[in-house]
Design a binder for this molecule. Structure first.
Ligand SMILES: NC(=O)c1ccc[n+]([C@@H]2O[C@H](COP(=O)([O-])OP(=O)(O)OC[C@H]3O[C@@H](n4cnc5c(N)ncnc54)[C@H](OP(=O)(O)O)[C@@H]3O)[C@@H](O)[C@H]2O)c1
Length: 226
């Protein structure tokens, strides 16, 4: 969704105090060794400034849309969980020292009284309306996709847990629904283009503060129920 494949494969990070070029590191988020390797590279680069922003964007849908129950296997459930939940879990866990470092070094006076912001230190978990348990009856029949829906519900819980856990370190954690977007996953009939979705998410991210940690919001900034 964010552009060329190389970028999609990774996480997006911004160093707040100094604009610097970070290496693009192709990473397989379903592979622990691959995550360890990228964390090592980032730690070498950012040990003094920390990491301001981690966006967990990579995800898979298996079986492909509409993903009916009859075509869904146990392996699909496990593979999707591995990429969509265990990947963001491990990346966030291993990058936490750099995120905490950024939170410690950032000057919060720029954030209008809020102790948390994406400028200071944040994890954004790219989730979906389809992971909302409350909204499921409204959209289930469009695409059953059991592994994907359950993985994103788990990602939402991960977001909530991280928000509670990392609050003491002033690391903001928010889940964002990018809208239904024309990508390989979203398909050609999706109403939103990638530019509008990403622009919307960037605007929302720039306004996130303490009250938004541990919630699910849309690309337009609306709260979505769990
Ligand atoms: N499109 C929508 O309508 C929509 C709606 C709601 C939520 N979302 C969410 O938005 C995010 C982006 O979705 P998208 O529409 O851009 O999907 P997409 O077109 O299928 O792209 C997914 C990206 O994730 C990468 N990826 C998959 N498995 C990976 C792994 N193990 N390690 C590293 N990268 C991996 C893929 O890389 P390769 O191409 O190299 O495999 C691809 O670049 C996802 O979290 C998705 O759940 C999308």
């Amino acid at each position: 969704m964010f552009g060329p494949q190389m970028f999609d494969m990774f996480l997006y990070m911004v160093t707040c105090s100094v604009l610097r070029c970070l290496p693009v590191c192709p990473t397989d988020v379903s592979d622990e060794d691959s995550i360890s390797s990228v964390v090592q590279t980032l730690t070498e680069q950012l040990k003094h400034t920390g990491l301001n922003l981690l966006i967990n964007n990579a995800a898979i849908v298996v079986p492909a849309m509409p993903g009916p129950l009859s075509e869904t296997t146990k392996k699909d459930m496990m593979d999707v969980y591995n990429t969509n939940v265990a990947g963001p879990f491990l990346l966030s866990k291993m990058l936490l020292p750099l995120l905490v470092k950024a939170a410690e070094t950032h000057r919060p006076e720029k954030d209008k009284g809020s102790s948390m912001s994406c400028r200071r230190s944040a994890i954004i978990n790219v989730s979906t309306l389809a992971g909302s348990i409350e909204k499921c009856p409204e959209n289930f029949h469009m695409a059953p996709i059991y592994p994907y829906r359950t993985s994103k519900a788990a990602l939402n819980m991960l977001t909530r847990c991280q928000a509670v856990d990392f609050k003491v370190s002033n690391v903001l954690v928010t889940a964002i629904h990018p809208g239904w977007v024309r990508t390989e996953m979203g398909g050609a009939q999706a109403p939103l283009n990638t530019q509008d979705s990403v622009q919307g998410m960037l605007t929302v991210m720039s306004s996130l503060s303490d009250k938004d940690s541990g919630v699910l919001v849309s690309w337009e900034g609306e709260r979505i129920p769990w």
